[in-house]
Every structure is written in C-alpha cells, then in structure tokens.
Design a protein around this ligand. Structure first.
Ligand code: ZN
Length: 373
C-alpha cells in the first residue's frame, strides 16, 4: 500500500543555502511558467512543455529533469480549475523523482541542487519502511528545516482467517470505546483542548493581524497533538487485534453522528470531525499493513440496539437502558459490542443467525469489507 514517509534532512549550512537557492529558482520558474500558461491559455503539460522547455532551459539554472517537474507542477496546479492564475511561494515545496534523487547507504540521500548533487544525511522515525521507497518525493522547507515527503509502497501482511472481532465505537464523549470495555478517553487531550480554547477566546477578542496568525498556529499545534494521539490509539487497537487473533469492526462512514452544535463550539466540532476521520484512516491503513481484517458495519441502530437481546432501547446520556431485558450499560460500550457482533455476522454470514436480524434491523446493504476481502 502507498504511504508517505516523512524524512528529515540534516544538511550542512552550505547545503542549506544551496537547497534554498534551488527551491527559490524552481518556484521562480514555476511562476514564469504559470504566467505563460495563463497568458496563452495553455494548461496541458505537453503544450506548456513545448512552449517553455527550450527557452527556460537556456535561461534558468535548473537541470532538465527539475524543469520538467516544474512544468508538471504548474500543469497540475491548473487541473482543478483555470479561473485564477496560479502563483507559487518562493519556498514552496518542489518535487523530486529517481532521476534527481538517490538514496544511498547509511541514511544519506543525494539530491540535485544548483551547483551539483548534494549528499545529505537524514533521519527517519519509521526506518522499517525505508526499503520500500518508491516513486516521488516532495522537498519541503518548514520552520527552518528540510523534509522529504517520500512515497513508499509498503507490503501488506496476509489477512488471516478470524472469527471474532473487536468492535470500535467512535464515541460522542470519549474518543473510542472497544467492545472489550477499553476506553480511550483522553483526559490529557481534553485538558489540552480546554487550554487552547481559552487562549483562543482571549486572542479572538483582539482580532488583530497578529492574533490571527497566533490563532492559526494554535490550531496547528492542536491538530498535531490530536494526530499523535490518533496514531497511538490506532496502533494500540491494531496491536491488540493482532495479538488476540481478531478482526476490527467499525461503523460504516455514514455512521458519523450529527450532533447539535452551538455556534461557539464550531471549532471544536470541526476538530472532532477531522479527528474522527483521521483515526478511521489510521486504523484502516495500520490494519492493512499488519494483516488485520477490518470490516465496516451498517451504522443503523448500533447505538440504539441492546447488545444482549437486540431490542431497540433508550439512550440517556452516557447510559443505555433496555426495557426488554433490563440490560443497563455504558452507551458507547453497548454500541461497540453491537459493532463487534455485526462484524462477525458480516464476516461469516453462514454461521450467524445475527445476519438476518441485522438485515431486517438496518434495512441497509452497505456491508463491505474495507480490508482483506
Ligand atoms: Zn435487551
């Protein structure tokens, strides 16, 4: 499966200035190409190439391949629409492929730059993916540091036959609740968010240009914090499933619960939704990598049905109460148990009596397996 690996470069001061010079030159060229494309109304890669390649090869200090990548970048930027002229930041990212970038032994990458190839040491936190580097990378300059965002094609483990599932409910109050009762309710996360929202409120009241910048930085920090948290949670769930020889069942995408959102909470709601999608995405790709089966079950009634008798019960805040059998449970845990049961039903319909009731319950057919057939 295709993943993006973040590789941090450790250039010397001299290499840093050469890389910066290369980025600036490439983006200057991109802007010049964009001008031509815009003036002449030619937006297709081939046509732009025909128009600019030879004159620009002679005028600018870029190698053929870097120039070709610049042309492709501009053509790509106009793919979305041709209504506005595209402009590129002086230090915007630039693309590298195997003709202008080579990975060497001992964590060194050779990159083309103005003045010749640079051999730059790098560090990478996910070293086990390094052998699977394939295709293109983006050279990104961020806060004084260089990164390569490199595509890798990581092998997937075979999905084993399993009978049981861990149900994951993406809760309303907690981040996720598993059918075995594990609760990912990050107090720390809540505290961090609370702290940020306080700072945000005080900054927002000022409304100056500086405060806008600060707000943007805050939301970036918050997102990074949520991301790290989502990585940890998804990793733990996938490891647990692998260790216990189980699959993972989650609600189908349509299961995002719509909660009433007061205006003051818009930011929080957006962050929640984004976080939810991200956690799902992480769970999906980590399952795929580790050969853990992942299924999505129809979301209808997962939170309303009683996990003991299937009766449609009542949810009151955090509690679920079944009027039929008297079952009282944590509402998210009850939902996670339903998701686990329905995961089994989808996986092995012939062995399950749940399958029929599942269909009649939901009246939906979006039963599909996300990972592992
Ligand atoms: Zn019941």
């Amino acid at each position: 499966m295709k993943l993006t690996l973040k590789i941090k470069l450790l250039p010397t001061d001299e290499q840093t200035s050469l890389l910066l010079e290369t980025m600036k030159e490439a983006n200057t060229v991109c802007n010049a190409i964009s001008n031509v494309a815009w003036e002449k109304k030619i937006f297709n890669n081939f046509m732009i190439h025909h128009e600019v390649y030879h004159p620009y090869k002679a005028t600018f200090k870029l190698s053929s391949q870097v120039l070709i990548r610049c042309i492709a970048k501009v053509a790509d930027a106009y793919k979305l629409d041709k209504k506005t002229k595209r402009e590129f930041r002086p230090l915007g990212s630039i693309g590298y492929d195997s003709r202008i970038m080579t990975y060497k032994p001992n964590d060194i990458v050779s990159l083309w730059a103005i003045g010749g190839r640079l051999k730059i040491p790098f560090v990478c936190h996910n070293r086990n993916y390094l052998p699977y580097i394939k295709g293109e990378a983006d050279l990104v300059y961020k806060k004084g540091k260089f990164y390569l965002f490199q595509t890798v094609d990581a092998p997937e483990e075979n999905v084993e036959d399993i009978e049981a599932f861990i149900g994951v409910d993406f809760g309303q109050t907690d981040i996720a609740v598993l059918s075995d009762g594990t609760n990912y309710n990050s107090e720390q996360l809540k505290n961090v968010r609370k702290r940020y929202s306080k700072v945000r409120a005080s900054v927002q009241s000022k409304g100056t240009k500086n405060s806008k910048r600060l707000l943007k930085r805050l939301s970036g920090k918050e997102r990074r914090f949520v991301s790290i948290n989502n990585h940890t949670i998804s990793k733990q769930i996938v490891q647990k499933a692998k260790f216990e020889g189980k699959g993972i069942a989650i609600e189908d995408l349509t299961g995002i619960r719509k909660t009433a959102k007061p205006k003051s909470r818009v930011h929080k709601t957006e962050l929640n939704r984004w976080s939810f999608y991200q956690l799902r995405k992480f769970l999906t790709y980590k399952s795929l990598l580790h050969g853990v089966k992942l299924v999505a079950v129809p979301p209808a009634y997962t939170s309303q049905a009683c996990n003991v008798c299937n009766h449609i019960g009542v949810r009151k805040g955090k509690r679920f109460k079944c009027e039929n059998c008297g079952n009282v449970a944590d509402a998210d845990h009850n939902a996670a148990l339903n998701i686990a049961t329905w995961g089994c039903a989808i996986n092995q319909p012939e062995k399950s009596t749940m399958f029929c009731s599942l269909h009649s319950l939901s009246g939906l057919k979006p039963i599909r397996s996300l990972v592992g057939g």
